[in-house]
Write a protein that binds this ligand. Structure first.
Ligand code: IMP
Length: 200
């Protein structure tokens, strides 16, 4: 194995991924850098399944070690919605201002721990021989009463971290990477890959 492909077209994610995986000592390529133009349907029922579907499809195409992620927001009082449908919640093209307001509105009358929520990220690694590993990271918090902060993306402006007294969109990129579901899942995956690659 002489490289890793990370199945995303998102440059922001690639920056974070490259930073965290740097000490594996293998170049990490995005789909575009690997010259792959593939649209894989995420029809799984869990974050892990969706990440594995993506990673396996690209590993089959390329014969390389491929990592993929799937992430989203789970709101406990909403039966863990929007969950794996986080990007598609209220339609792909609906703005996050509207999606975020809808979640705040649906929690009307709830306070404190009744507003608990978490970001979840699953990372899958698919090996050329068909093996698949998955890891999961979470970031626990609560849904706030209004949007706050200018950083981050998606649901960050309504995600309040009680332990830090800040909204996720108020964190610097460095702090978010340290605390985030994606950072945690990726660091766990890195440990697993270290063990496997060291044995080869
Ligand atoms: P995907 O994993 O790229 O398919 O994206 C999942 C969706 O979950 C994103 O489009 C966001 O709506 C939401 N999401 C995942 N991680 C975060 C985060 O760190 N902050 C805010 N929203 C997130």
């Amino acid at each position: 194995m002489d490289k890793i492909i990370f199945a995303t077209g998102n440059e922001g994610k690639m920056k974070e991924v490259r930073m965290i995986l740097a000490d594996l000592g293998l170049p990490v390529l995005s789909l575009k850098e690997a010259g792959i133009d593939a649209d894989v349907e995420e029809n799984g029922t869990t974050f892990e399944e969706n990440a594995a579907i993506k990673a396996k499809a690209i590993a089959k195409l390329t014969g390389q070690l491929v990592l993929a992620d799937d992430s989203g927001l789970e709101v406990d009082a909403l039966n863990k919605e929007p969950g794996i449908y986080s990007a598609r919640y209220m339609g792909h093209d609906t703005s996050y201002r509207i999606k975020n307001q809808s979640i705040i509105d649906r929690l009307e009358g709830k306070s404190g721990p009744e507003r608990s929520a978490r970001f979840v990220c699953a990372i899958a690694a698919a090996f050329p021989d068909g093996r698949v590993l998955t890891t999961r990271g979470t970031m626990e918090g609560r849904i706030g009463y209004e949007e706050r902060g200018e950083n981050g993306f998606g649901y960050d402006p309504i995600f309040y971290l009680p332990d830090y007294g800040r909204y996720s969109a108020e964190l610097s990129l460095e702090t978010k990477n340290q605390l985030s579901h994606r950072g945690k899942a990726l660091r766990l995956m890195k440990e697993r890959l270290h063990e496997i690659l060291d044995r080869q």
